[in-house]
Design a protein around this ligand. Structure first.
Ligand SMILES: [Zn+2]
Length: 332
């Protein structure tokens, strides 16, 4: 017969073990909006799919504020993002408004990752145009050129490098990618393989003004926050292989990626109005259940746009029901 103290001790160890096992196996999803404007239907669909995916797996949800770019991020949009998610009935377990989950407060961890990549000889300064550098701070969008054919900065002689350094201009910093094929098995779109050197090319990880670029920050955050499920719009599908490679190069474990369809405003008869309306207007025209019902029908989760809450959608949530084609917004 064990003494009560010994039994209590054993119980504590057992609980700690179970908790650790649970924390290691539970799914971790994230909302990762950028506060550079009010959300619209497309953002809301991505948020809804991310939330449903995570909660259907019994996972933890993190709300990360992607406010890297000080020129574009506004407090008013941060407040609106939080209010919109709560209004729709989606919750999260950690993150915003905790400043530790705002990218603008996480410069130190990006700096550490940058130094690690530098020590591996993968980083070089780039003196190319300002437009290229600014483009690197935001996520790529459909139709944007993905492949960087390379710039002369990758192959400068010592003399040329010294000349540029003497110019006094501050360079951006690029990551040198290898001739390596990286494969991601996307949960919705299937396998995507990219040869990083041929299909992507070297990319900017820090702008000349010191701001870390999207690809570095998002990879470091997903790695350090223990994210296991990245659910977002398919405009970021082509970023997944380089993010996986970046995380693994930094010694981390890449999450599973699952991309969702985009809403398309289309041409002619298709309505651009609904697609362009901000949540500020949508919230005046719809109740939250009505808007969720509309989103659920648009993506294929439900047959009709009956009002529904995110929690009510959980039991029937199934990626197989969700369209792989982009979704046209029809005229009302
Ligand atoms: Zn360059």
């Amino acid at each position: 017969m064990q003494a009560p103290a010994a039994r209590l001790h054993a119980l504590v160890i057992l609980c700690a073990f179970c908790y650790t096992a649970f924390m290691n196996t539970t799914a971790v999803g994230r909302f990762a909006p950028s506060p550079s404007g009010y959300m619209h239907m497309g953002n809301l669909l991505s948020m809804l799919l991310a939330w449903l995916d995570c909660r259907a797996l019994g996972g933890r949800m993190i709300f990360r504020m992607e406010d890297l770019d000080p020129a574009r991020s506004k407090e008013v949009y941060k407040t609106a993002l939080e209010e919109d998610l709560r209004w729709l009935g989606m919750d999260w377990d950690e993150g915003w408004p905790d400043p530790a989950c705002a990218q603008s407060m996480r410069t130190g961890v990006y700096e550490d990752a940058f130094r690690m990549l530098e020590r591996k000889g993968l980083v070089y300064p780039c003196w190319c145009s300002r437009a290229d550098r600014l483009a690197a701070a935001s996520a790529p969008h459909p139709g944007e050129a993905e492949h960087d054919p390379g710039c002369p900065c990758a192959r400068l002689s010592r003399k040329e490098l010294a000349e540029r350094e003497r110019s006094g201009r501050r360079p951006a910093w690029k990551l040198r990618v290898p001739e390596e094929t990286v494969t991601v098995d996307d949960g919705h779109y299937g396998r995507i393989s990219q040869n990083l050197a041929q299909d992507v090319g070297d990319f900017i990880i820090r702008r000349s003004d010191g701001v870390f670029a999207y690809q570095l920050a998002v990879s470091v955050d997903d790695m350090l926050m223990g994210v296991t499920r990245v659910v977002r719009g398919r405009d970021l599908l082509s970023s997944a292989p380089r993010q996986r490679w970046l995380i693994e190069t930094l010694g981390g474990v890449a999450p599973d990626y699952c991309h969702g369809p985009l809403l398309s405003s289309g041409e002619g008869k298709l309505s651009k109005r609904l697609g362009s309306l901000s949540t500020q207007v949508l919230r005046q025209e719809y109740r939250p259940e009505e808007l969720t019902g509309k989103l659920a029908q648009l993506c294929g989760l439900t047959e009709t746009d009956e009002p529904v809450t995110p929690w009510e959608l959980l039991c029937s949530f199934d990626w197989n029901r969700i369209s792989r084609q982009d979704i046209p917004l029809l005229e009302q």
